[in-house]
Design a binder for this molecule. Structure first.
Ligand SMILES: Cc1cc2nc3c(=O)[nH]c(=O)nc-3n(C[C@H](O)[C@H](O)[C@H](O)COP(=O)(O)OP(=O)(O)OC[C@H]3O[C@@H](n4cnc5c(N)ncnc54)[C@H](O)[C@@H]3O)c2cc1C
Length: 572
């Protein structure tokens, strides 16, 4: 039987729970205020927003994890020089663990904004604290403790959606099987849930949600709160992929007030990548989610506000005095105000033109190849359609998890679209069959579950039918610009955003502006990365003629901040 990998709590305990020296405590005193707690008093409660990072000056505190109806489990006991907190404290989010004073306690409480100031001001100490906060979150992710409990079947489309949403947002979770787990049965009875109403979600605060949307779940667990409609941000960034997060890190570190909105999760497409091997500085590769989680924490360290998930539905049309402030229309009838806007809304996956595709999209057709999907497909044959690098990465990853991968390629070779290293690696995989000149013609199955698929292949065009229960699609992406309808931002014929020099002579080329045509390039040439609308910038995959790569998106995220300074300075 395979031995499970050792827990991070065991292997990195010394980094997770460091002790601050007396001199170090003195250095951080200026960031906090001293508080006293009686024996038995709670210093933090699961589901409640806490006071921030807490350094123990005297006494002992017990940290326990709240785990449904199972007995409470001890995570750590903190004594003098230890500090309590994990990533939630950086952003002022609800606690994921409980903390109680075991005896009278005196503690230095550092509020989230002061914690961020400390991390920036105290470089070496800040690094140790930041590492501990991240490792503690990783430890909670391992056990799932402190997060919501999902009751439902692993292959149910809504369970997959909810689990995927929490995983991509780096939030702990647990799933209980309604057929086999006694605790799940007890919850179903207690809340009188019919089998057809599954999944249900029990939030750490005890609230019950019946098959919630991602936004309902996020609001219940405190991932996202209301946005102040009257606060004028220096910059609002639409999209938290690599481009948006890079803007956030550079703009935040350079003192601008920044709000980042994303309708799904941080990381964008890069967050879905099983292994990025061509990003500078990671010779052994890194999972997209790990890379993006670092950027997400880094942006928060610099005081950037995150609203995820929160969808931007529109950008108010240009007024007579365009150039800001800009009004962004958000879901839940909210709005955000900005002196400048950076559009980093990237691209979304393309769907296959097969009539009944949507019938299988929640359970059997996948657009990501993450450990969640791999678990569902373990030991089975799967099909994957695509020929680019993202398809190649997914094939390499899935081949290590499933019995066989059939790679369906429409063209006659992979060379034109996939990097050499991936082609070579695929060639070396005995359980991958590459089928050139293959096009999917039909999907068969019942109740949302795929049972077989058909494809036409080769010069004869003969149709092949194969029993396959999981289909992965990696067939490119289209720009996320539909929300810009009527916003006066010029797009190219494929819907990508035109910027800078690409806008020169735009009225002559016949390209329609998506709304207020009067904005055009009137008023002179645009700054680099600036759209047809002054003060609105576009970066990353959503921008026409950008290089569709993580490094290019990150580079444009950094570049746009220099341009933003020039724009904001000219307006002030
Ligand atoms: C599976 C896969 C593997 C890849 N592997 C690599 C690789 O190895 N190396 C490499 O260099 N590149 C790779 N790429 C390409 C790379 O991921 C992209 O070029 C990069 O992510 C683009 O970054 P971006 O920030 O511009 O956009 P995206 O990553 O697309 O992010 C855009 C974000 O905007 C959000 N959004 C969209 N509309 C709205 C709205 N209206 N309101 C709020 N939020 C919105 C989306 O939810 C998304 O999170 C891969 C892509 C995929 C899909």
């Amino acid at each position: 039987m395979a031995v499970p990998p050792p827990s991070i709590i065991e292997t990195r305990r010394h980094q997770m729970f460091p002790t601050l020296e007396r001199a170090e405590i003195e250095r951080v005193r200026r960031f906090g205020e001293v508080r006293r707690y009686e024996a038995g008093e709670a210093l933090a409660k699961v589901g409640e927003v806490g006071h921030g990072l807490t350094v123990i000056l005297a006494g002992k505190v017990e940290i326990t994890q709240h785990d449904g109806s199972r007995p409470r489990q001890l995570i750590a006991t903190h004594g003098v020089g230890h500090f309590m907190g994990e990533l939630a404290q950086l952003a002022g989010r609800p606690a994921l663990v409980d903390a109680h004073a075991l005896e009278p306690v005196e503690a230095l409480v550092i509020a989230p904004d002061q914690l961020r100031a400390l991390l920036v001001a105290e470089a070496e100490l800040g690094e140790r604290i930041m590492r501990a906060l991240i490792l503690r979150r990783v430890g909670l992710l391992e056990t799932g403790a402190g997060g919501p409990v999902i009751v439902g079947h692993a292959e149910d489309g809504d369970v997959l959606r909810l689990e995927g949403f929490l995983r991509r947002n780096g939030h702990p979770r647990q799933r209980l099987d309604p057929d086999t787990d006694p605790e799940a049965k007890a919850l179903i009875e207690r809340f009188h849930v019919d089998p057809g109403q599954l999944p249900i979600v029990v939030c750490p605060g005890g609230q019950l949600l019946r098959n919630p949307s991602d936004t309902e779940l996020a609001r219940c667990i405190g991932l996202v709160g209301p946005i102040d409609p009257n606060r004028l941000y220096d910059v609002v960034v639409v999209g938290a992929g690599p481009a948006g997060l890079a803007t956030a890190v550079y703009a935040g570190s350079e003192g601008l007030s920044v709000l980042v909105l994303d309708c799904r999760a941080f990381g964008g497409q890069a967050g879905a990548s099983a292994r990025i091997e061509n990003y500078l500085g990671f010779p052994t590769g890194i999972t997209g989610l790990a890379l993006m989680a670092r950027a997400y924490s880094q942006a928060q360290k610099f005081g950037v506000e995150m609203a995820i998930p929160d969808e931007v539905l529109g950008l108010a049309p240009a007024s007579e005095t365009d150039g800001g402030p800009f009004v962004l229309r958000l879901s839940e009838n909210e709005r955000a105000l900005a002196r400048a806007v950076v559009i980093a809304s990237g691209a979304r996956y393309r769907r296959l033109p097969v009539a009944n595709l949507d019938a299988f999209e929640s359970s059997s057709v996948h657009y990501w190849a993450s450990p969640l999907e791999a678990k569902l497909c373990a030991g089975q044959e799967v099909a994957l359609v695509g020929a680019g690098n993202s398809a190649g990465q997914a094939v390499v990853y899935l081949a290590s998890q499933v019995a066989k991968v059939s790679l369906l390629v429409r063209g006659q070779s992979l060379e034109a679209s996939m990097s050499r290293y991936l082609i070579d690696r695929i060639k070396g995989l005995p359980n991958v069959e590459v089928l050139l000149g293959a096009e999917v013609t039909g999907l068969e199955g019942h109740d949302g579950m795929l049972e077989a698929m058909r494809w036409r292949q080769g010069a004869s065009g003969s149709e092949v039918r194969r029993s396959i229960r999981h289909l992965f699609l990696f067939i490119g992406a289209a720009p996320n610009t539909q929300w810009l309808a009527g916003a006066g931002v010029a797009l190219d014929p494929k819907g990508f955003i035109l910027t800078g020099a690409d806008l020169t002579g735009i009225e002559l080329s016949g390209i329609e502006l998506s709304g207020a045509a009067s904005t055009g390039t009137a008023g002179g040439p645009r700054l680099p990365l600036e759209t047809s609308r002054r003060g609105v910038f576009a970066i990353g995959d959503v921008r026409a003629s950008s290089t569709k790569r993580v490094a290019a998106a990150v580079g444009e995220g950094a570049q746009v901040v220099a341009t933003l300074h020039a724009f904001l300075a000219a307006r002030s």
